[in-house]
Design a protein around this ligand. Sequence first.
Ligand SMILES: Nc1ncnc2c1ncn2[C@@H]1O[C@H](COP(=O)(O)OP(=O)(O)O)[C@@H](O)[C@H]1O
Ligand SMILES: [Mg+2]
Length: 272
Amino acid sequence: MPADRDPPVLEVEGLSIAVHGDHGPVPVVHDVGFTVGRGRTLGLLGASGSGKTLTSWAILRLPDQDQRVTVRVLRLQGRDLLTMSQRELDRVRGRDIALVQQDPNAALNPYLSVGTQLCEGLRLHRGLSAREAEVRAVSVLHELGVAAAVERMRSYPHELSGGTRQRMALAMALLMEPALLWADEPTTALDPTTQAQVLAALRARQRATGMAIVFVTHDLGVLAQVADDVVVLHEGRVVEAAPVEQLFRAPQHAFTRQLLACLPDRTEASDV
Ligand SMILES: Nc1ncnc2c1ncn2[C@@H]1O[C@H](COP(=O)(O)OP(=O)(O)O)[C@@H](O)[C@H]1O
Ligand SMILES: [Mg+2]
């Protein structure tokens, strides 16, 4: 376990976001904050439209011109992301933070085989040979339950199912061995069995590397399998933050209780 003096992997305080409306800026995310430690998974839970994706983009400092973002504190491993130059930020995003977006097509180039894309980063940034990179990529695909991984590497994105594409995007992020994996609903296109396998693989990787994970989801069942701590976002505000067992045992906010009431007979977080 990390020494107490290690800074958290991610610290966010006072994040607010407004989008442009017909009559001026419309605030949609209000004073959001949380902290994620090394080797920990934070579940960011919220219904559709609660501001999860906007929050993801703001934290990675990728907002488009349509948004106004203000934030008091934004630090990665103690480093202030707010005062970093564009060049330093690009390096951080290429190496220390990996983002898996809701839409896997955002991460995949349609004109290159997925194998080429999976190996590219390893060759460029880690100096591996083509052969070494391929071995490592295939091994991550196996962990994620991709069948016939060696053949799949030769496929182009459009030849793959949505679920396989999603796992390719996740594999690409994991191969970077980031300090922080930010995953925005990365398992929505997967069937429940594959989803459970992917979540278990994420946990195993995390144990091996100590990466911190922010797992964005609207799905309490997924959260129970993956999160240590949970932040509940409702209409752009944090309404509850608690360790996952506590959230399931004694939800404080009406919105969280409402979500729990929709779950099939399940009162305990499963320990995967
Ligand atoms: N570029 C944008 N312009 C205007 N409104 C937006 C934009 N992006 C998101 N919104 C609105 O902000 C709210 C939060 O969106 P989002 O972060 O995508 O929610 P989630 O990911 O939780 O489903 C929604 O009401 C959405 O309609
Ligand atoms: Mg979203």
